[in-house]
Design a protein around this ligand. Structure first.
Ligand SMILES: Nc1ncnc2c1ncn2[C@@H]1O[C@H](COP(=O)(O)OP(=O)(O)OP(=O)(O)O)[C@@H](O)[C@H]1O
Length: 732
């Protein structure tokens, strides 16, 4: 417990202590929940039902949503397998007495604000990470972008009606039930309407999607109608998020004639191609699929892009998407407005310079390390010799305390799948969401979770960013996320739009570093949760009891997957034969901007794996894995990710390869210049940015519709007027 004290977390209850749980109605969901109550809970929601995330309507109307049938049935087949094993087990156990969990209770502390403050002060006095600046950190701070203007105030009395928005949008907003803009909307909309580049940051669930979508739609209402072309590109990191942003855009634009197209991976490519050929006003895309269309749908270009939005911008600008962003920005029109949004927005030059922001306005309504105010953050301490208890603790939490509307984040896909089988066999209604599933399976899990047909969703970081699922009550982290950024996004799936929610994170001795950062940033007291040892032991026994069943289901799955791959190979060979026989030479291979080899190399270099271990060795060890080994593997993956993130911030990185793509002459000799730029050092970035800023003032691209907007009203009126004045001074 001493270790927890060190982090500013208050020790009130020891595992051995018996303290009755206070009858606090606000925490009533902490009580063990009976099966009947669990069913009732599933139906009702704790949260305001005024907003519904309506993906269904989009699925039924948008032609781009046709899903691939491939692999569609395998997850439900897994549920059948689980049900079969459970039935057989129940028959065997009919005579044995049932474990009575209901009699036991989970204790937790409820420490006061002052205490937590004092403990945080204790950390501060130790000076961890504050006084001792590591080498390279100074460099990183120096490399922060200098914004000439910044908006961090807003009028909290303003309503959408006061913001000079057109009638169709006001109607769209009221059909969604939105009356008052959130702080980020109040701060951003007037600035975006002026056509300024924006770098925006606001906590998770604070309405950033509407903040960029409304000014876009307002601008498009005034577009020339003579030619249809794509004027707005919105890029997001995951397919699920693309679907969600598309739905929000369609809802907002429902009373206008603005065309919105979804170009996300995993969805039917042919219908997307057909839509893109018509030149939709807005394209919402994931980078990979967009590049595929740019290289293979000849009538679709980005030449007329007037607005580029990067949602989850820090993610879009990290090295995972670097090459793809390079390619997309190279193909985008240079004269455009660029808007970047994230809850963990980066301010470092090397990333922002990649999108060549022109005289950007910083709109940070809070720090980039803040979590939602309504979030209650809890931590379960894992003792060094009890790492193997994690599965049992999570099983205890989801079957006793957080029985529905709960997301469990797991580092690896393999462990997420194992937990699906494990929790399923324990009788919990679970679903999984990660990259090993087909898109149809991914969307199906999401839909079922939203509709309450799945109580607990097991997800990897794929689901950690942007997803807005109504009424998520709890987020559980199986291991501590690798960086505070990951933590913020994961726990941000609950306590959204001013509502309350809870996160429970399992923290081992080796994961303290991120915990310390969370403690340092916390604005509300953190809690320790103690799951009684007897409960943990009972769940450990239950898991040991079903271990053989888990293995047998995994074995069945392996055999089925082997059969499927043989079948696929046969089908491929047959297709090849048929097309050859038909003399079909017209089958054009789809192109990509990288060669197959380059892409493989890039993927390999970004892979988070222990390269010293061959695949076969890994397979062998996996067969003998104990609970501790599995947790070690989870943590090592998280550590690798953390190391990569740390390296990135410490490294005085050369100018990113893609920055040249938007610089002068990039279109003439992009590739050659790319190599030259790679050698450029970090120093001098500020000058370069200042140049970009100065030239952009001259070339300020506010079209007639923006000019009309110069008299901005509402929330950020003063700030906007200030910006206008500064701009005029610069012009003079
Ligand atoms: N003006 C508003 N009034 C009421 N609710 C709103 C308003 N704007 C947005 N919301 C709701 O707030 C929720 C969160 O919005 P959104 O998903 O855009 O958040 P976000 O800031 O993008 O979150 P994240 O950082 O996790 O991506 C959504 O359910 C949305 O419908």
């Amino acid at each position: 417990m001493a270790a927890l004290d060190e982090f500013g977390m208050i020790k009130t209850i020891e595992d051995e202590d018996e303290i009755p749980v206070e009858n606090d109605s606000s925490d009533s969901d902490d009580e063990p929940v009976s099966k009947k109550k669990r069913k009732q809970n599933r139906k009702k929601t704790l949260f305001n039902s005024s907003f519904s995330f309506d993906e269904k309507s989009a699925l039924s109307t948008a032609p781009t949503f046709k899903l691939k049938a491939k692999g569609q049935s395998s997850v439900s087949a897994l549920d059948d397998k689980i049900a079969k094993v459970r039935k057989a087990k129940q028959r065997d156990n009919a005579s044995k007495p049932e474990l009575n969990d209901e009699d036991m209770s989970v204790e937790e502390d409820d420490s006061s604000d002052e205490d937590a403050e004092a403990k945080r002060d204790l950390i501060k006095t130790k000076g961890d990470g504050k006084k001792k600046k590591k080498k390279g950190q100074e460099g990183e701070e120096q490399a922060k972008i200098e914004f000439s203007e910044s908006v961090d105030t807003f009028d909290d009395k303003v309503v959408f009606q006061d913001m000079n928005l057109s009638r169709p949008l006001i109607k769209g907003l009221s059909s969604m039930g939105f009356v008052k803009p959130t702080p980020i909307q109040a701060a951003c909309i007037p600035v975006a309407l002026l056509g300024r580049d924006i770098c925006a940051c606001a906590v998770t669930g604070s309405g950033k999607t509407v903040a960029f979508m409304l000014p876009i739609l307002e601008r498009l209402l005034y577009r020339p109608r003579a030619t249809a072309s794509t004027r707005v590109l919105i890029l997001v990191p995951t397919r699920e998020l693309a679907v969600q942003v598309h739905t929000v855009a369609r809802q907002l634009a429902q009373h206008s004639n603005i065309d919105i197209c979804l170009a996300a991976g995993g969805l039917d490519i042919k219908s997307q191609e057909a839509m893109l050929r018509l030149g939709p006003d807005i394209v919402i895309a994931t980078p990979g699929r967009l590049i595929d269309h740019l290289h293979n749908s000849f009538s679709f270009t980005l030449n007329n892009i007037e607005i580029l939005v990067l949602d989850e911008a820090d993610r879009m600008l990290d090295e995972y998407f670097a090459e793809q962003m390079n390619e997309i920005i190279r193909l985008c029109a240079r004269q455009r407005q660029t808007m970047l949004f994230s809850a963990t927005m980066t301010e470092t030059v090397q990333e922002l310079v990649a999108v060549s922001l022109k005289d950007p306005v910083k709109v940070f309504v809070n720090q980039s390390t803040e979590v939602a105010l309504g979030l209650r953050q809890e931590f379960v301490r894992i003792r060094p010799n009890r790492e193997g208890d994690r599965e049992a603790i999570v099983a205890a939490l989801v079957s006793r305390n957080f029985c529905d509307k709960c997301i469990v984040f797991i580092q690896t896909k393999v462990q997420a799948h194992r937990m699906h089988i494990l929790l399923g066999l324990l009788g919990i209604n679970v679903g999984e969401l990660h990259g090993n599933l087909s898109q149809a399976q991914r969307l199906d899990t999401l839909k079922k979770f939203k509709e309450g047909l799945v109580d607990v969703m097991l997800a990897t970081d794929l689901a950690s960013r942007g997803l807005d699922i109504e009424g998520v009550k709890t987020v559980i982290n199986f291991t501590m996320p690798s960086t505070i950024k990951h933590y913020i996004h994961r726990v941000g799936r609950t306590a959204r739009a001013g509502k309350s929610g809870r996160s429970v994170t399992l923290v081992g001795e080796k994961e303290r570093k991120v915990l310390k950062e969370v403690v340092k940033q916390a604005k509300t007291p953190l809690k320790t949760r103690i799951v009684p040892q007897e409960i943990v032991s009972k769940f450990c026994d239950k898991i040991a009891d079903i271990e053989e069943d888990i293995k047998s289901i995994q074995q069945q799955e392996r055999e089925e997957s082997h059969l499927r791959s043989v079948e696929n190979q046969m089908n491929k060979a047959q297709n090849l034969l048929e097309t050859k026989q038909a003399g079909d030479e017209a089958q054009i291979k789809r192109g990509w901007f990288q060669t197959h080899k380059e892409r493989k190399e890039e993927k390999e270099s970004l892979r988070l794996s222990d390269k010293s271990m061959t695949k076969q060795e890994l397979k062998k060890t996996r067969k003998k894995l104990t609970a501790e080994d599995r947790v070690k593997f989870e943590m090592s993956k998280a550590q690798l990710l953390g190391i990569r993130a740390a390296k990135k911030t410490l490294r005085a990185k050369p100018l990113s390869a893609f920055s040249d793509a938007t610089s002068d002459g990039a279109k003439k000799g992009g590739k050659k210049k790319k190599k030259a730029n790679k050698k450029r050092p970090v120093s001098g970035f500020e000058d370069e940015l200042a140049d970009i800023g100065a030239s952009s003032v001259k070339k300020f691209r506010a079209g007639p519709s923006f000019k009309e907007r110069k008299e901005a009203t509402g929330s950020s009126k003063k700030a906007v007027q200030q910006i206008g004045r500064k701009k005029n001074n610069k012009k003079r």
